[in-house]
Each structure stands twice: as C-alpha cells, then as structure tokens.
Ligand binder design. Structure first.
Ligand SMILES: Cc1cc2nc3c(=O)[nH]c(=O)nc-3n(C[C@H](O)[C@H](O)[C@H](O)COP(=O)(O)O)c2cc1C
Length: 194
C-alpha cells in the first residue's frame, strides 16, 4: 500500500503539470506558438468563397478575395461555348487575368497561405496566377484548396508559379462536401498549430 501511494502521488502531480501545459499550448493569447496564416481566394460563383470563410473562421485568420479587374459574368463562364471568355482564355497560353491590385498587410508575416479557387478544366483556375506571380513567397507555404463538381487538381501544375514557395498538396472539395465538418477535419489533418 505504501509503495502504491508513493507512486500515485508523483503521477498525479505529473498529470497536473501536463494538463497545465496543454492549456498553455492551446491558449489563443498570442503566445507566438501558433502559425500565422491567411486565406486568399478567387470564387466566380460563391462555392470556393464558402470554403474560404470556413477556413478563416476556423484558424481565426484574415481573409482576402482576389478580384479580377474585369469580373466574370455568367456568360463569360459558359465553358460549353467555345467562344466564351473562359474558353478563349483557356486556349491562350499567354493569357493572364489581371487582378485588382492588392496590398495585404498580413502577407509578409504569414507563414501559411491558404490559396483557393474553383477547378476549371481539371486545374486550379488561372485567375489566381497574377497573385502568385507578383508576390515573393520566400519562407512561406502555400496550401491550395479548390471546389469542383467532381474533378481534382494537382499541385504539380501550380509549382511553376513560384519557385520560392513551399507548396503543400492541398485539397479539393466537391460541392457536396462543402461543410464545416469536412473543412475542419482537413485542417486538423494538416497537423499544423494555427
Ligand atoms: C470554366 C469552368 C470550368 C470548370 N471545369 C470543371 C472541371 O474541370 N471539373 C469539375 O469538376 N468542375 C468544373 N467546373 C465547376 C466548378 O469547378 C465548380 O462549380 C466550382 O465549385 C465553382 O467554384 P466557385 O463557385 O468558387 O466559382 C468548371 C466551372 C467553370 C466555370
């Protein structure tokens, strides 16, 4: 009995210390332990915006929308029409969609940038290109995300946009998968303390 109580007491004390550590780690008091992250997205019809908002709320970080100087109308987006704006842009290797100039205060201090867009013809929409090409991502990690009816995108098609960035694989959400549970589960699985 005596030996048992000798063991139990230090164990209880140890557990108390552990619990205390846990509380400190999970505090949001700005202890500097959580990674700085922001969300940047383009969304033509609102689906990717929905995911972007869920991410930003969950990580409690800033969110910025990328806006084309010349916004896409629903006619522009008609990918069934070979003369529509998106079809013509897709077939022009030199095309770059110009974005409204942005200067995000949080950009330089962000270690992680969630970068979202719809999947267009099996790739992350080229509308994000202007943003990636015109910024220096040294020391930063890009986490791409997308929404689509069904197709996925590959991060390998994006790497050429920035040599300095560390690119993570990212995630595509089918429209039917857009909800807090799925987005939170994905972020938890990244194993990064945001
Ligand atoms: C030009 C264009 C191309 C698309 N290509 C694909 C595709 O290849 N695969 C797919 O599953 N969905 C495709 N879609 C559907 C979009 O990816 C889907 O509706 C997405 O959720 C739209 O996101 P948004 O509302 O943020 O713009 C395409 C849509 C457009 C307008």
């Amino acid at each position: 009995m005596k030996l048992k109580s000798l063991l139990v007491l230090p164990l209880a004390a140890f557990m108390t210390v552990l619990a205390g550590c846990g509380n400190a780690d999970s505090s949001t008091s700005g202890s500097g332990e959580s990674a700085n992250a922001m969300v940047v997205y383009f969304s033509a019809t609102g689906n990717t915006e929905e995911v972007a908002r869920i991410i930003a709320d969950y990580i409690d970080g800033p969110i910025h929308e990328l806006e084309p100087v010349d916004p896409y109308t629903s006619e522009d987006l008609n990918y069934g029409d070979s003369d529509s704006r998106v079809s013509l842009e897709r077939n022009d290797p030199d095309h770059l969609t110009e974005l409204v100039a942005v200067d995000f205060d949080e950009f330089d201090e962000s270690e992680y940038i969630f970068l979202g867009a719809p999947v267009w013809w099996g790739e992350l929409s080229w509308v994000i290109n202007d943003f990636v090409l015109s910024n220096d991502f040294t020391g930063e990690t890009i986490i791409p995300f997308a929404t689509a009816s069904s197709s996925n995108f590959s991060v390998d098609d994006l790497r050429y946009l920035s040599d300095e960035a560390t690119w993570m694989e990212g995630r595509r959400f089918r429209q039917s998968e857009i909800n807090e549970e799925n987005v939170h589960g994905w972020i938890d699985g990244l194993d990064i303390n945001f």
